[in-house]
Design a protein around this ligand. Structure first.
Ligand SMILES: Cc1cc2nc3c(=O)[nH]c(=O)nc-3n(C[C@H](O)[C@H](O)[C@H](O)COP(=O)(O)OP(=O)(O)OC[C@H]3O[C@@H](n4cnc5c(N)ncnc54)[C@H](O)[C@@H]3O)c2cc1C
Length: 244
C-alpha cells in the first residue's frame, strides 16, 4: 500500500500567507510585523482575502511529501504537474533485488480479483525480475537492465509543492475522474495536511479539494456516475474535519 507522509513545510504557514497579503494591502505592515502576526489576524483576514481570489499569496507556503510504494504509472502522472519539485528513487543507482513480486510491483485489484489472471501476472513479473537480475549478473549496467521493468514497479518520490499548485493538483486528482492510484496519493496528501492544526483551516478557506468543491459544481457532470458529487463532498468534509 502506498505510504504518504508530509515530511516538512513552511514554518507558520498560515501566518506567512496572511502576512504577505497584509503587506500588499496596508502600508503599516512591514518585515518586522511577521513576528507579531497572531492567529486572530489570520482568522480575520485570510478567508476574506482568499475570497477576493488573491491566490498568489498561497505560493509563499510550501509542503514536502514523501511518497513510497506507488508505481511508476502513478509517478508518471504526478510529474506532469510542472509547478513542483521532485526527487525520485534512481533506477540507475539502486538495484532492484527483491524476489517477491508483491513487494516489487503494484498489482491493481482488478487483476487480483481474477485468480487465474493474477497468477499469470505474477509469473510474468517474476520472470521479469529474474531476467533483470540475469542481465546485471552478465555485466549489463542497471541503467540498461531496467528497460525490462514494467511500469508497475514500485518507487519512492519526494514532492514539494506550494499551496497554490496543491490546490490545482487536488482539483484534478482528488476527483473520481482521476486514475485510482494517483487519486489515492492525492487523498493521502490531503489527509496528512488535515491532521495538522496549523494547516487545517486553510483547507476550507482556500477550498483545497476536488473541482466540485472548488467550483461548487462538477465541470464533468455529464461523464460522472450518479451520486458522485454527494459522495465526494461527504468524503472531503470527513477528511477536512478530522484530526489524526
Ligand atoms: C483525468 C485526467 C486525465 C488525463 N489524461 C491525459 C491524457 O490522456 N494524456 C495526457 O497527456 N495527459 C493527461 N492528463 C494530464 C493533464 O493533461 C496534465 O498534464 C496534468 O493534469 C497536469 O496539469 P496541468 O498541466 O494543468 O498543470 P501543472 O503542470 O500542475 O501546472 C499548473 C498550471 O500552471 C499553468 N502552466 C504550467 N505550465 C504552463 C505552460 N507551459 N504554459 C502555460 N501555462 C502553464 C497552467 O495554468 C496549469 O494548469 C490527464 C489528467 C487528468 C486529471
Amino acid at each position: 500500500m502506498v505510504r504518504v507522509t508530509l515530511v516538512n513545510y513552511t514554518k507558520r504557514p498560515l501566518e506567512t500567507i496572511t502576512w504577505a497579503a497584509l503587506i500588499s494591502y496596508w502600508g503599516e505592515w512591514s518585515t518586522e510585523s511577521f513576528e507579531r502576526i497572531s492567529e486572530n489576524d489570520v482568522e480575520k483576514h485570510l478567508p476574506r482575502i482568499l475570497g477576493y481570489g488573491h491566490e498568489s499569496i498561497l505560493e509563499h507556503a510550501t509542503f514536502t511529501f514523501s511518497i513510497e510504494g506507488c508505481s511508476r504509472v502513478c509517478t508518471h502522472q504526478l510529474v506532469r504537474h510542472r509547478i513542483a519539485s521532485y526527487t525520485q528513487q534512481s533506477q540507475r543507482y539502486i538495484v532492484l533485488d527483491e524476489e517477491n513480486v508483491e513487494e516489487t510491483f503494484v498489482i491493481p485489484e482488478s487483476i487480483k480479483k481474477d485468480r487465474e489472471l493474477y497468477e499469470k501476472w505474477k509469473k510474468v513479473m517474476a520472470e521479469t525480475i529474474s531476467l533483470y537480475k540475469e542481465s546485471i549478473n552478465r555485466g549489463v549496467h542497471q541503467e540498461d537492465a531496467r528497460f525490462i521493468l514494467p511500469q508497475a514497479v514500485k518507487t519512492k518520490i519526494i514532492v514539494t509543492m506550494n499551496l497554490r499548485e496543491l490546490k490545482h493538483f487536488f482539483g484534478l486528482r482528488l476527483c473520481e475522474r482521476a486514475q485510482w492510484e494517483i487519486r489515492e496519493v492525492a487523498w493521502k496528501m490531503l489527509e496528512e495536511m488535515a491532521k495538522r492544526d496549523d494547516i487545517r483551516p486553510i483547507i476550507k478557506w482556500a477550498k483545497l479539494g476536488p473541482r466540485c468543491i472548488q467550483f461548487g459544481y462538477c465541470p464533468e457532470r455529464d461523464l460522472m456516475p450518479p451520486g458522485c458529487l454527494k459522495k465526494t463532498r461527504k468524503k472531503w468534509e470527513q477528511v477536512v474535519g478530522s484530526k489524526s
